[in-house]
Design a protein around this ligand. Structure first.
Ligand code: NFE
Length: 503
C-alpha cells in the first residue's frame, strides 16, 4: 500500500513524503522537495560581498548560518582573518540564533506530536495565559466550524501525554518559549543589526562596535534564554523521553554522520571549534574532506552531470525529468549517505572526546535515560542533542562576551582578489552547511551551497540508496497506515527546512 503522508505540517516549507507500507511496516519512503528556487544562479556575476546578504534570503529561520558560511568562504578566498572581536561577534550572532531555533523547533513544531492540547480544557487554575487558551479551545470546539482550534486540531491520532498537569505545563511553556525566542533574536540583532537577515555580518568580521552597553545587553538576554533552557526546555525534553521511551529505538538513520563543527575559538574559522567536526562511520571519526562531497541528481529534477564535486557543481532545472521525484539533490560523502544535524554534531564531538562538557552531558543524560550512545540516532536522540547543544552554546556565548575588547577593531580590511576560491563550513541548527565560491574578474563565477536539509531530506542517490530521512522511516512500525503518526514524529525530529533544502 502506497500512501502519501504529505504535506507534512509543522516544518518549514513544502515536504511531501510517500511511504509504502506492508504489514503495518514502512518498507520504502520517498521524501519529495516540491519547489525550485535557484539562489546559486542568482549569485552568478555578482560582487562577492553581496553573497552573505543574498544567501541569508535562502531562509528566515537560519539566515545567520548562511551569512557565516558565506563569510568564511570569502575569508578563505580573500586570504583574510577577522580580528578576535570580529570572530567573537560572528559567534555571538550565530550562537544566539541556534538557541532561538532549538526552542522554536521543540515547542512550536515538535511538542504537539506528544502534548495533548485538549488537556487544557481540564485546567482549573488562575494563570491568565492558560485560562485564555482554555477558553479559546472551548469556544472553538463549540463554534460549529469545520476545523475548530486550528492549527492545533485536527491532529493525527495516537498516544499523547495523558497526565493533565504535564500537558498544561507544556502548553504554558509553549507560550513562554515564544517570548524567550524573541529575547534570543534580540540578542542576535544587537550585533547583527536586525533579525532575520543580519546586515552587520561581513567576511572579516562585523560592522557593529564592541561597545560595553551592547555587550551588557547581549549578556543579560542570553542569561534569560539560558535560564529557560535549564529550567523548562531540558526538563520538558526529558519528560517527553520518559513518557515515550520507545522513541529511543525509532527513527535511526542507516548511514554515517557528518558535522563541520562550529563556533571557532581562534580567528582561523576552521581551527579549534567549540564543537569539533568530523565524519563518523562505525564509531570511527575522520576529518571532513570537502573534496569527498559529491551531489547525485539521478532522482532529482536537474539535467546537469550527476555525482559532481562541490567545486564542479552545476544547476540546470529539468522539471519533467524521467525517474526524478524531488527538487532536492542527493549529497553523499565519499559515496555514502550521512545524517547531519544535532545528533551528528554531538556524536561526532563525543566520539572524539573533544569537548568535556559535551561528554559529561551526554553521559549524564544517556545514563538517566538508560540508553547507549548509539541510541542518540533516534527521534528522542535528536531532541536530546538539541538541548545539549543549547546548554553548551549558551555557556560559551557568555564566556565569549568576556573576550570582547571594546578598544579593538571588529573588522579586518578586505581586498577582493581578481581570481580566487574558498570553502566556508559551519553548523546551522539543522546540520552541516557548506558554501563554496569561485571568483573570476572580481565577480562570482560559481556559487554552491550544500545545505543541511539537502543532506537529510535527499532523495535516492544514483545507486538507489535512500537519503537519511528516507532511511530512518524504513522499518518503522505504524499502528495506522493511513495516519502514520510515528513517521510524522520521525520526520519532525529532523526539523526539515524545505526552503533551505532546495535553495
Ligand atoms: Ni532553513 Fe537551515 C538550518 C540551513 S536547513 S533552516 O538550520 O542551512 O537546511
Amino acid at each position: 500500500m502506497r500512501i502519501e503522508i504529505g504535506p507534512v505540517t509543522r516544518l518549514e516549507g513544502h515536504l511531501n513524503v510517500l511511504t509504502t507500507v506492508k504489514d503495518n511496516t514502512i518498507v520504502e519512503a520517498q521524501c519529495v522537495g516540491e519547489m525550485f528556487r535557484g539562489f546559486e544562479m542568482i549569485l552568478r556575476g555578482r560582487d562577492p560581498l553581496d553573497a552573505q546578504q543574498i544567501t541569508q534570503r535562502i531562509c528566515g529561520v537560519c539566515p545567520y548560518a548562511h551569512a557565516i558560511a558565506s563569510s568564511y568562504a570569502q575569508e578563505q578566498a580573500f586570504g583574510l582573518r577577522p580580528p578576535p572581536n570580529g570572530r567573537i561577534m560572528h559567534n555571538l550572532i550565530q550562537g544566539a540564533n541556534h538557541l532561538y531555533d532549538y526552542l522554536f523547533h521543540f515547542y512550536q513544531l515538535a511538542a504537539l506530536d506528544f502534548v495533548d492540547i485538549t488537556a487544557v480544557l481540564k485546567y482549573s487554575g488562575k494563570d491568565a495565559s492558560l485560562v485564555k487558551v482554555r477558553d479559546w479551545v472551548k469556544a472553538e470546539l463549540n463554534s460549529g466550524r469545520k476545523y475548530p482550534a486550528a492549527p492545533f486540531l485536527p491532529r493525527l491520532e495516537g498516544r499523547y501525554i495523558e497526565d493533565v498537569d504535564a500537558n498544561v505545563s507544556a502548553i504554558k511553556h509553549y507560550l513562554e518559549a515564544m517570548e524567550v525566542q524573541k529575547v534570543a533574536n534580540q540578542a542576535s540583532a544587537i550585533f547583527g543589526g536586525k533579525f532575520p537577515h543580519a546586515t552587520a555580518i561581513f567576511p572579516g568580521g562585523c560592522t557593529q562596535e564592541a561597545r560595553i552597553d551592547l555587550i551588557a545587553s547581549y549578556r543579560s538576554k542570553i542569561k534569560q534564554v539560558r535560564h529557560f533552557i535549564h529550567e523548562k526546555y531540558l526538563p520538558d525534553v526529558m519528560a517527553v523521553a520518559a513518557t515515550f521511551p520507545e522513541y529511543w529505538d525509532i527513527g535511526a538513520s542507516q548511514g554515517g554522520f557528518l558535522s563541520y563543527g562550529m563556533l571557532p575559538r581562534t580567528p582561523a574559522p576552521d581551527s579549534d571549534r567549540l564543537m569539533a567536526g568530523g565524519v563518523l562511520f562505525n564509531g570511527q571519526v575522520t576529518d571532513v574532506d570537502f573534496e569527498r562531497i559529491t551531489q547525485d541528481i539521478g532522482h532529482s529534477k536537474y539535467s546537469s552531470a550527476s555525482g559532481q564535486s562541490v567545486r564542479n557543481s552545476a544547476i540546470s532545472p529539468d522539471p519533467h525529468k524521467e525517474g526524478a521525484y524531488s527538487w532536492i539533490k542527493a549529497p553523499r560523502y565519499h559515496g555514502d549517505m550521512v545524517e547531519v544535524g544535532p545528533a551528528a554534531r554531538i556524536m561526532v564531538d563525543y566520539h572524539q572526546g573533544h569537548n568535556p562538557q559535551i561528554r559529561q552531558l551526554v553521559d549524564h543524560f544517556i545514563g538517566q535515560a538508560g540508553i547507549r550512545p548509539a541510541q542518540l540516532n533516534s527521534v528522542l536522540g535528536r531532541h536530546l542533542c538539541r538541548v545539549i547543544c543549547s546548554v553548551v552554546i549558551a555557556d560559551f556565548l557568555l564566556e565569549e562576551c568576556e573576550r570582547l575588547d571594546p578598544a579593538k577593531p571588529t573588522m579586518a580590511e578586505l581586498v577582493i582578489p581578481k581570481e580566487a576560491e574558498g570553502f566556508g563550513a559551519t553548523e546551522a541548527s539543522r546540520g552541516g552547511l557548506l558554501h563554496y565560491l569561485r571568483l573570476e574578474d572580481h565577480k562570482i563565477a560559481t556559487y554552491e551551497c550544500v545545505v543541511p536539509t539537502t543532506w537529510n531530506a535527499s532523495p535516492q542517490d544514483d545507486r538507489g540508496r535512500p537519503g537519511a530521512m528516507e532511511s530512518a522511516l524504513v522499518g518503522t512500525k505504524v499502528a495506522d497506515p493511513q495516519q502514520q503518526i510515528e513517521a510524522n514524529r520521525i520526520i519532525r525530529s529532523f526539523d526539515p527546512c524545505m526552503a533551505c533544502s532546495v535553495h
